[in-house]
Design a protein around this ligand. Structure first.
Ligand code: 5RP
Length: 224
């Protein structure tokens, strides 16, 4: 296993330790979350009773594979704990997410959670957000206009593609990956983007994170 994957595994598994009997748990998406979901599956097989709310089709598939009972917002209105990954984490614990394309469902779940734990390898810690292109989920109709508008904010948005076609999210939308180099005011940028008709959500997760678990070569570090 590569060093980076090992760190993801350490952080992901550590996060699962915060899951307790009876909880409704928001399950994030991405390769770090694979390890969290696998570990929670082991806890379920040992007897803890939890219900998971998955943030993507991939996460739901992993949860089913590892025997985690799933629920949804038609049955529960509150999430006790959400565990999620991130693409960048700044010193205020503000995040860029959406590298895997699941940002809308992740944000709905993470916002509904009493506590949000972010698990990531140490490469995700940054001084300022922005080196990672900001994913912005947009409605396919007229996305070309939104692309132009975002470009005027000082970015060069790129329509995310997969196998030569536009990448389509679990919600049937497109993603524009927007490189801003350095995002000095994440809240202002988020508000500007959200005010554009056709923007569904941005990958800026501001003022939501309660705890960060970082996987390093030497073990895990918990940041509050
Ligand atoms: C998916 C996400 C992921 O949490 C983020 O991309 C991190 O993924 P990984 O754990 O594979 O590095 O936001 O939309």
């Amino acid at each position: 296993m590569e060093d980076k994957d090992f760190k993801k595994k350490l952080a992901g598994e550590k996060a699962a330790e915060f899951v307790k009997d009876g909880m409704v748990v928001g399950l994030g998406s991405g390769s770090t979350m694979y390890w969290t979901i696998k570990k929670i599956g082991e806890q379920v097989s040992e007897g803890i009773a939890i219900q998971g709310i998955p943030s993507s089709v991939q996460t739901a598939n992993w949860a089913k594979e590892f025997g985690i009972p799933l629920t949804d917002f038609s049955k529960v209105k509150q999430v006790d704990l959400a565990i999620d990954g991130a693409d960048e984490i700044d010193q205020n614990f503000d995040l860029i997410k959406g590298g895997g394309g699941s940002l809308v469902r992740e944000k709905i779940i993470d916002s509904a959670a009493g506590q949000l734990i972010i698990a990531a390898d140490d490469s995700k810690l940054v001084k300022a957000l922005g080196a990672f292109p900001l994913p912005v989920e947009v409605v396919p109709f007229g996305y070309e206009i939104i692309k132009e508008k975002i470009a005027r904010l000082g970015s060069e948005p790129v329509l995310r593609s997969q196998n030569g076609k536009a990448f389509v999210t679990d919600n049937g939308n497109y993603i524009l990956d927007c490189l801003f180099s350095e995002i000095t005011d994440p809240k202002k940028l988020h508000n500007l983007l959200k005010s554009m008709v056709g923007v569904v959500e941005t990958g800026l997760f501001i003022n939501m994170t309660d705890m960060v678990i970082i996987g390093k070569s030497t073990g895990t570090e918990i940041l509050h």
